[in-house]
Design a protein around this ligand. Sequence first.
Ligand SMILES: C[S@@+](CC[C@H](N)C(=O)[O-])C[C@H]1O[C@@H](n2cnc3c(N)ncnc32)[C@H](O)[C@@H]1O
Length: 299
Amino acid sequence: MPVDHEFGGQHTELKLSIVEGYLNAYTLALRTYFKHLWYIDAFAGTGSRTVRTERRGATLVETPVPEVIEKRRGSAQIALDVNPAFDFIVFIEKNRNYAAALHDLAAKYLQRRIFVAEEDANSALKSLVANNSWLDKRAVVFLDPYGMEVEWTTLQALAGTEAIDVWFLFPLAGLFRQATRKLTDIDDHKRTALTRMFGSDSWETELYPSGAPDMFGDLPERRRELDPRGLERYVQRRLSEIFAAVLDPLALPIDRGPQMFSLFLCISNKSPEAIGLARRIGNYLLDPKRHLIIRPPTQ
Ligand SMILES: C[S@@+](CC[C@H](N)C(=O)[O-])C[C@H]1O[C@@H](n2cnc3c(N)ncnc32)[C@H](O)[C@@H]1O
């Protein structure tokens, strides 16, 4: 029986079209130079997604719209459709039913080299990095988690290859929730999640600076002053400590608040040519002006 994977909204469509644009440009540009071009989808889903458009009743000016349920391509299917094709594709998915759907998808492409890992993305990526030589390969990794699943040590491993470009849908709303306004509201659970995500507890002093004592010598309460955009800049700065280059991210959704995600492109290759190429394609795709929907003013 087909597995339904229902998720996302307008920003999902946009995110996938950006990644798709990059993958097509990437294989086209590198095909002649590298024999081994890999794509690794670390939160792969099922290959398709179910999109439900809600029914709308009639109003004085609008006719009713029935509910529409349609299947669209997920990142795994998009990667398989990339032209020129990747010569090896890895799908990582923890959910057993979704992994089974990916096996079914792979079975339709008998001529292709596809590997499905039913595993946690962090451990799978780290062993993939450790067990391969990266001198003769180039790869793109797509990190598309629901929340704060990606560990700093995983990002470090990817960056250390100097051969992988990483598209990372960073869960800004998740960070905003975990990094509460007051430091004293951070319980052990939140603290562990933040430290796993940022690799050390330096976030505590960086996000919650201690102020100067007042006239009685009392220290003010430590608070996070950064708003979502400030947090996004913090994340970009931290990613830039381990990757050779990190492009300015696209805030998603783009047409309404609050910001839920930041779509980052992180480049691990240190060569100016590789960074230049990724920047040219990535900056074009991530430019918010290309994606803004201009709505007519309401009457
Ligand atoms: C937002 S969905 C990904 C959608 C997919 N990129 C697509 O476009 O169809 C996140 C996926 O990650 C999977 N997942 C969640 N935690 C995971 C983990 N730690 N390791 C691997 N997969 C995980 C979920 O089961 C889910 O399918």
